[in-house]
Design a protein around this ligand. Structure first.
Ligand SMILES: Cc1cc2nc3c(=O)[nH]c(=O)nc-3n(C[C@H](O)[C@H](O)[C@H](O)COP(=O)(O)OP(=O)(O)OC[C@H]3O[C@@H](n4cnc5c(N)ncnc54)[C@H](O)[C@@H]3O)c2cc1C
Ligand code: FES
Length: 292
């Protein structure tokens, strides 16, 4: 089945068969670098071997900058376009800052796709609400594309997005496009804004409170920081969305990406294979434990 035309998504592939294959990166060429908001960039990548890269929304790759190091980065592109791999990166340390220096034409190594993605087919028929902030929109974007691609399979679709200011709204053009649709509600809110700003000011949790959803028939997708997750989950609960219908994606240090090294342990789970997407009721008890 082609990922381009079927109603369901092609099975994820590209990680190879056994553990040895999954440790060997494929070479990808950067075809485009997009400077998003300050300090955040997006890469468009094509496989040097010309093979498509199938993945499911919510999965991540290990990106290897040759001679520098490897980091886990969510896939932020469209799984219906497996010929183009897309990643959005915020440079924070040695590897990601070195990646920020690369230009179109450079090559990197890619291992993946890894991890459990967002559920898609099991939530057909539900209202859907996305709750996220800043670069947390990147891991959710593939799911937003997919829900909009199969729009008739879902009830109401609401996107609540929070940024710090008015100049760091990620994928602002796409948020405008989604807001322009008659079948999607988009609430963008900024923590602070210059005088005269006509948009919404406040927290993303406050935006959840005004969202028009049928709480008892809603699946919620929340990303990313744990400090955003808790108030968002509380606001969702007030709307009747119980934790067994809230999905979150989490981050931990990753090394192997395939459940071998233990670096990403989160309670009894390995985030690289049991996550990074979790149903909130599965991990709620771990949220209370600091630095677990
Ligand atoms: C499943 C998964 C998906 C991810 N998806 C993305 C993505 O789509 N885009 C993206 O930009 N990043 C993403 N990350 C985070 C990314 O992996 C880290 O930012 C990266 O590993 C940092 O490596 P570094 O060598 O550049 O920095 P390091 O040298 O490892 O760290 C430098 C500093 O940054 C801090 N730091 C490290 N990781 C993070 C983090 N996650 N958030 C904030 N501060 C951090 C460290 O504590 C340290 O102070 C993801 C992580 C995981 C586990
Ligand atoms: S990163 Fe090695 S077990 Fe998860």
């Amino acid at each position: 089945m082609s990922a381009m035309d079927g109603s369901s998504i092609a099975p994820a592939g590209g990680g190879g068969g056994g553990p040895v294959d999954q440790m060997i990166p494929r070479t990808f060429r950067i075809t485009r670098v997009i400077r998003e908001v300050a300090g955040v960039f997006t890469w468009h990548l094509e496989a040097e071997d010309g093979q498509p890269f199938a993945f499911r929304p919510g999965q991540f790759n290990m990106l290897y900058l040759f001679g520098v190091g490897e980091v886990a980065i969510s896939i932020s592109g469209n799984c219906r376009q497996p010929e183009k791999l897309v990643h959005t990166i915020r440079p924070v340390g040695s590897v990601t800052k070195a990646m920020a220096e690369l230009k179109a034409g450079a090559t990197i190594g890619v291992r993946g796709p890894f991890g459990r993605g967002w559920p898609v087919e099991p939530i057909f028929g539900s209202d859907v609400i996305f709750v996220t902030g800043t670069v947390g929109l990147a891991p959710l974007r593939p799911l937003i594309y997919e829900v909009l691609h199969q729009r008739d399979k879902f009830g109401k679709v609401v996107i609540c997005y929070g940024s710090r200011g008015t100049s760091d709204i990620l994928y602002e053009d796409e948020l405008h496009q989604w807001r322009g649709r008659f079948d999607t509600n988009v609430h963008v809110t900024c923590h602070s804004a210059p005088a005269g700003y006509r948009g919404r000011i406040g927290s993303v949790a406050a935006a959840v409170k005004i969202a028009r959803i049928d709480g008892e028939n809603t699946q919620a997708f929340v990303c990313r920081s744990e400090s955003l997750t808790r108030p968002a989950v509380n606001a969702l609960r007030e709307k009747g969305v119980t934790s067994d219908r809230v999905w979150v994606t989490l981050e931990r240090n990753m090394k192997c990406g395939i459940g071998l090294c233990g670096h990403c342990q989160f309670g009894p789970t390995f985030m690289c294979k049991d996550g990074p997407v979790y149903r909130f009721d599965e991990i709620e008890h771990l949220f209370a434990v600091r630095e677990i």
